[in-house]
Design a protein around this ligand. Structure first.
Ligand code: PLP
Length: 453
């Protein structure tokens, strides 16, 4: 069969049998990916696209990295899987845990492995509660999270997630998770006259009682909620608040970690050390399913006193093949100076976004740190007027980019915003960023013709 008819057959099989995550059920797929190389992916019809969002913010070393495939092959050849339960261990998991201790901020030296970000966040919640039980403060069970935060979809993490659709899906809630208004530095520093003080982290802790709060979970830079950067001093203010109120700080670095923001971890920009740090995605550049929760020495010391089985863990905790891929991934990031390269590419992306703002009236509020960025589509910049929410301009614009062979992601639709997110693979070159910007430039012209007359 020709490529076209083969695609049609696959689409039918997909529609009938494959229930997709975060998709409208019963629809044919938008695109069936077949292969990838560097920043490009190709579909079953042979069309080649720039992957401007690293698939799900995770393919950080780009597609078709032979060394990662080889690391998986070698480990699968010798020992594909081994149990980590009940005292068993394996070499890649041991080496990865010790390598992560070198990578992480000072004081975070131990890792619990999972298969992804949601599991990491649920694990962090459980470890935090367990820690308070061992500290004889079992009433410290509640967690605070931020509005617009995304922490995954398992029941615990999904409750912390504050994006409406995900949060409400099938009534999946656990009690004891509260949401604060994000990023109000003054409130966290104690400014009670601030108009939004009553919805701040500080106000919630005070209202609930610090003796009931186990921890605060935040993405240092919010990803799926809309790519929101914390204002200067915010993360330090949260760290100070946690210390003052005896609450654990959980940094969800699932998107941010491993170079995405131009540092090993986004907390490094603020020079703070969280008590727990959740990792996934970029830990293997998406080549294997792996997550981790790193815990501070203070927590590790307390756990070590327990002396009984800590009854938590997944079959794939410490999966040797996944850990071998992660080790190779970290080796390549260091060897090829990927983080330094991201720091250099940061200004290329900033300039590109500025160029788009200059050329297109609809582009507003552009922002980026390292190679995570966004801009928003506005009907009028002067009047700060957005497009009517029901027009779904973000989704429509992303389709226009798609026509220009560029894959991006629209965010914020449920809040009536049209946020366009950019997070290309970290190996992207200056010329490739420029080519992304050119495609955006073309798509914006199409968009303006349709929406601005
Ligand atoms: N935390 C953050 C910040 C994320 O962006 C995501 C996924 O996008 C998750 C957690 C959940 O990770 P996973 O989908 O691997 O469970």
């Amino acid at each position: 069969p020709t490529a076209m008819t083969k695609t049609k057959q696959l689409e039918t099989l997909d529609k009938d049998h494959y229930l997709h995550p975060a998709s409208v059920p019963g629809q044919k797929p938008k695109m069936i990916f077949k292969e990838g190389k560097g920043i490009h992916v190709t579909n079953t019809d042979g069309d080649r696209y720039i992957d401007g969002i690293s698939m799900l913010w995770n393919v950080n070393l780009g597609h078709g990295q032979k060394e990662l495939a080889e690391a998986a092959r070698q480990q699968m050849d010798s020992l594909a899987f081994a149990s980590s339960f009940a005292g068993y261990s394996n070499e890649p998991a041991i080496h990865l845990a010790s390598t992560l201790a070198e990578w992480a901020p000072e004081g975070l030296n131990a890792s619990f492995f999972t298969s992804g970000g949601s599991e990491s966040n649920d694990t962090a919640f459980k470890i935090a509660r367990f820690y308070w039980q061992l500290k004889e403060q079992p009433q410290k069970t509640k967690f605070l999270a931020l509005r617009q935060g995304y922490h995954g979809v398992t029941i615990g993490a999904g409750t912390a997630t504050a994006l409406h659709g995900f949060h409400r899906f099938a009534g999946t809630h656990i009690p004891d998770v509260l949401h604060a208004t994000p990023h109000l530095t003054a409130c966290e520093q104690g400014d009670r006259n601030h108009p939004q003080f009553s919805e701040s982290l500080r106000a919630l802790i005070e209202a609930e009682g610090a003796d009931t709060i186990a921890g605060i979970i935040i993405e240092p830079i919010q990803g799926s909620g809309g790519v929101y950067m914390p204002p200067e001093g915010y993360l330090q203010a949260v760290r100070d608040l946690c210390d003052e109120q005896n609450v654990l700080m959980i940094a969800d670095e699932v998107i941010n970690g491993f170079g995405r923001t131009g540092a090993k971890f986004a907390v490094n920009h603020a020079n703070i050390v969280p008590d727990l740090m959740c990792l996934a995605k970029g830990i293997t550049s998406g080549y294997a399913q792996l997550g981790a929760v790193m815990i501070h020495d203070d927590i590790k010391t307390v756990l070590d006193t327990f002396g009984q089985v800590m009854a938590h863990g997944f079959t794939y905790s410490g999966h040797p093949s996944a850990c071998a891929v992660a080790l190779k991934n970290l080796e390549i990031i260091e060897r090829d100076r990927i983080i330094e390269q991201v720091q250099q590419m940061e200004h290329v992306m900033t300039n590109g976004l500025r160029y788009l703002e200059e050329r297109h009236e609809v582009v507003h509020l552009s922002r980026n740190k390292g190679l995570i960025g966004a801009f928003e589509l506005f009907q009028s910049r002067e009047r700060e007027e957005r497009f009517p929410a029901e027009w779904k301009t973000g989704l429509d614009f992303v389709d226009m980019c798609f026509d220009k062979k560029l894959i991006l992601r629209a965010l914020g639709g449920a809040d009536g915003k049209s946020i366009v997110a950019l997070a290309p693979p970290l190996i992207i070159t200056e010329t490739e960023i420029q080519s992304m910007i050119e495609r955006l430039d073309d798509a914006l012209s199409v968009f303006e013709t349709k929406y601005c007359g």
